[in-house]
Design a protein around this ligand. Structure first.
Ligand code: AMP
Ligand code: GLY
Length: 429
């Protein structure tokens, strides 16, 4: 079958890499893709939110499976668009409809959903400009730290953790009155701070059945030892040692089953990935957030550990036949280290020539922000540039492979964290 992957990051290169290994894949298209995906299929210059052009392309090229990488097209209703078009509705699409995507698109929706279905999460209350005074009183007497979240999509920046009640009051005012995050903060969720160890669990669902994919931990901060500004993600490790069988059994019973059943009972036919950000508090899982897509750079580590044919699984997701599909996970560990442009997540330059990728044989180099220049060289074209994934019998060996690969790659002002996975190694020892 012909397959289209939407997106242009390391996550989408990892999807393209895994999909291209399947005998079920005939032509592979990536829109818009990057220099890495261009080696595996054909990059097509279409924006992921340009549904008309995507729809025409799918029809003209007999695409029968569409995999949506990022959240924007899902929140904007790409599934609804396909379902409302007589000649697109038979196309299998991996990703929920706009209603289901509200689990990520609206923190208020997702909190209400969790409260309705008794899914463990932080206590919370939502405020708007009309309930400003009530909100101010609420944060004044709330135990600290206090978590304030813009309701809508805010490119990963919409969560603020206040250490004092005064700061929380100031932040609530900035969000609701001064529109700190624009329309996204016209509604603010104020919630209890959960302390513990974070991890992510990924589920592929066809609306009724599901497969639990390998769990992973990501490293969000730019600096060593989790310091400095938040980024899209600087590295990932899978598996996570504290996500053992007993903990995952609690996650499945208390979180995954009520989530999938809750969606179904609310008439949401959820076909796609569900990414559950969790806090492990003394052995009990609490949901921090849902995302309606895979994570980046978690995908690079997670897909590397799936031994089954990914296309079969994606088809099962789209067609509602997931329970008939084989699903096997490798016992190996996978670790991903992201190489970024100096200055990221602040200002950074693009267009630097990247050297050494072809010399890497101990790890997989996934491209994120890359491009070809006129002479065919690979150049930097974003903040997160490459994600290097190493595998091994142990997390330690996987890290060694990833970092040995990284040693061979260079460009002017390249930066990466040198401590990815060190916390996990300390836990294992
Ligand atoms: P989110 O955008 O909801 O993933 O939040 C971003 C980050 O803020 C999370 O990955 C957590 O590290 C942190 N965070 C969010 N909510 C809470 C909470 N209730 N307690 C503690 N940390 C939180
Ligand atoms: N790495 C976090 C995310 O993709 O949201």
């Amino acid at each position: 079958m012909n397959i289209l992957v939407l997106g242009s990051g390391g996550r989408e290169h990892a999807f393209a890499w895994k999909i291209s290994q399947s005998p079920r894949c005939n032509k592979l298209y990536i829109a818009p893709g990057n220099a890495g995906t261009a080696q595996l299929g054909e990059n097509v210059n279409i924006k992921v939110t340009d549904f008309d052009t995507i729809g025409s392309f799918v029809k003209e090229n007999q695409v029968s499976l569409v995999v949506v990488g990022p959240e924007d097209p899902l929140v904007l209703g790409i599934r609804d668009y396909f379902e409302s078009d007589a000649s697109l509705k038979e196309v299998l699409l991996v990703g929920p409809n706009a209603k289901g995507a509200q689990l990520e698109g609206s923190k208020d929706f997702s909190k209400q959903f969790m409260h309705r279905h008794k899914i463990p999460t932080a206590r919370s209350k939502t405020f708007t400009i009309n309930s400003l005074e009530e909100g101010m009183n609420y944060v004044s007497s709330h135990p600290t730290p206090i978590v304030l979240k813009a309701d809508g999509l805010a490119a990963g920046k919409g969560v603020i953790i206040s250490e004092t009640n005064a700061h929380a009051r100031e932040t609530l005012k900035e969000m609701l009155v001064d529109a700190k995050f624009g329309e996204a903060s016209s509604r603010v969720v104020v919630e209890q701070f959960l302390s513990g160890i974070e991890l992510s669990v990924f589920v592929l669902s066809d609306g009724t059945d599901y497969k639990i994919l390998p769990s992973a931990k990501d490293y969000k901060r730019i600096g060593e030892k989790d310091t400095g500004l938040n980024t899209g993600g600087m590295g990932s490790v899978s598996p996570v040692p504290f996500a053992d069988a007993a903990f995952l059994a609690k996650v499945e019973e208390r979180i995954i089953k009520p989530s999938i059943n809750g969606l179904k009972s609310e008439g949401i036919d959820y076909k796609g990935f569900l990414f559950i950000g969790l806090m492990n508090m003394g052995g009990d899982p609490y949901v921090i957030e849902y995302n309606v897509r895979m994570g980046d750079p978690e995908t690079q580590s997670v897909l590397s550990r799936i031994d089954s044919d990914l296309v079969e699984l994606l088809e099962g997701c789209g067609a509602g036949t997931l329970n008939t599909k084989n699903f096997e996970v490798s016992s190996k560990a996978a670790t991903t280290v992201v190489m970024v442009a100096g200055g990221y997540p602040g200002n950074y330059e693009k267009g630097k020539v990247i050297y050494g990728i072809e010399a890497v044989n101990e790890a997989i180099v996934f491209h994120a922000g890359t491009h070809h220049n006129e002479t065919g060289e690979v150049i930097t074209n974003g903040g997160r540039v490459l994600a290097v994934t190493g595998m091994g019998e142990t997390v330690e060996k996987a890290l060694e492979n990833a970092y040995n690969g990284i040693e061979k790659i260079s460009w002017q002002d390249e930066y990466h964290r040198t401590d990815i996975g060190q916390d996990i190694l300390r836990l294992i020892k």
